[in-house]
Design a protein around this ligand. Structure first.
Ligand code: ZN
Length: 344
């Protein structure tokens, strides 16, 4: 039996979606690719052939009117789609390529053509709503991939874990009513976009399939470790998904310019490896990471490289920035409340 490989999504069109002075810049992805090449990781992963999603794929999560509007708006040169979200004439192509290629990567992992994967895409997706752009996001890449995954043989349940510092409000809305999708988010709270309280648990049949873990500013490696050990990993084991997708944002790092959680690269590495190990236990190793935020370029390039090493099964990781020196707030009460609510 040939050994399965780790796949990535990457396309130069992602760099053409760019705006000078904006934190969600093409330099983010350039620094990731440069880092992978410098660390001799780029040649160890399979680059899947990229393609633009067709409208019918994007409309699994977005209205036809919205998709048409974004396409036309960008083709006419673009502009601000919401106060935070820019676009230019390449943005529709970039966003549609992000969707199409990450869907193909996910399918390849499901079909066991690849061991696992990381979609190195831009623009990110976890804030996008069904009929509007939000928070640097045009289309809900991970939500669409989850919907497509559920149409594939052998995939009856999908879990999405979101460790970006911001609540994945878009993903929560786009998959929240589906009882076959578990959505778990850790995020700084209260903070942008304002959603993600513990009481948002899913409605009707889907009640209990949303697990929000709102963290006060300052939580770092210790708090995250406890949250994963006592809430996230038990939730994944209980739900027993056939596939795990991860919204991978590296903006919960202590040196990120946009937010105030205090993970280190060592903490991020631990989280990624726990998720990879959990996937091995519950779903035959099927796991795909999707790039979301992260605005310190050194953190981003090292964080993604460490995650890709984890996917490849390489023990080494690097943390040139070290740990935060701030004391962490205690999250014991929050964990106890979550254990009680979700019966863990
Ligand atoms: Zn973010």
């Amino acid at each position: 039996m040939t050994e399965l490989l780790t796949g990535i999504v990457y396309d130069p069109v992602f760099l053409k979606h760019d705006q000078t002075g904006h934190p969600e810049t093409a330099k983010r992805l350039e620094s990731i690719i440069t880092g992978l090449k410098e660390k001799d990781l780029f040649e160890k992963v399979v680059k899947i052939e990229s393609r633009q999603a067709v409208t019918d794929e994007i409309t699994l999560c977005h209205s036809k009117d919205y998709v048409g509007y974004v396409k036309e708006y960008c083709e006419n040169g673009g502009g601000f789609l919401d106060p935070d979200t820019y676009s230019n004439k390449y943005s529709y192509s970039a966003a549609a390529t992000a969707v199409g290629s990450s869907v193909d990567l996910t399918k390849a992992v499901i079909k066991k053509e690849l061991k696992n994967g990381f979609a190195l895409l831009r623009p990110p997706g976890h804030h996008a709503l069904s009929n509007r752009s939000m928070g640097f996001c045009l289309f809900g890449n991970i939500a669409i991939a989850a919907k497509v995954a559920l149409t594939q043989p052998g995939i009856n349940k999908v879990a999405i874990v979101d460790f970006d510092v911001h609540h994945g409000n878009g993903t929560q809305v786009l998959v929240g009513d589906d009882p076959n999708v578990l959505f778990i988010s850790t995020h700084q709270y209260p903070y942008y976009p304002g959603t993600g309280s513990i009481s948002e648990m899913g409605r009707g049949d889907a009640e209990g399939t949303i697990v929000n873990i709102p963290l006060p500013a300052g939580v770092g490696d210790d708090g995250f470790q406890k949250v994963y050990e006592y809430v996230i990993i038990p939730s994944l084991e209980k739900f027993s998904p056939d596939l795990i997708l991860v919204s991978a944002g590296y903006d919960a790092h202590w040196d990120d310019p946009l937010a105030s959680l205090n993970l280190s690269l060592t903490g991020y590495n631990w989280i990624s490896r726990e998720l990879i190990k959990t996937a091995k236990r519950v779903c035959d190793g099927r796991i795909v990471f999707f790039l979301e935020g992260g605005y310190n370029l050194q953190v981003l390039s090292n964080g993604v490289a460490n995650t890709i090493r984890g996917l490849l099964g390489i023990d080494l990781f690097e943390d040139p920035l070290g740990k935060s020196h701030q004391l962490e707030p205690v999250v014991k009460n929050l964990i106890n409340e979550l254990i009680k609510i979700y019966n863990l």
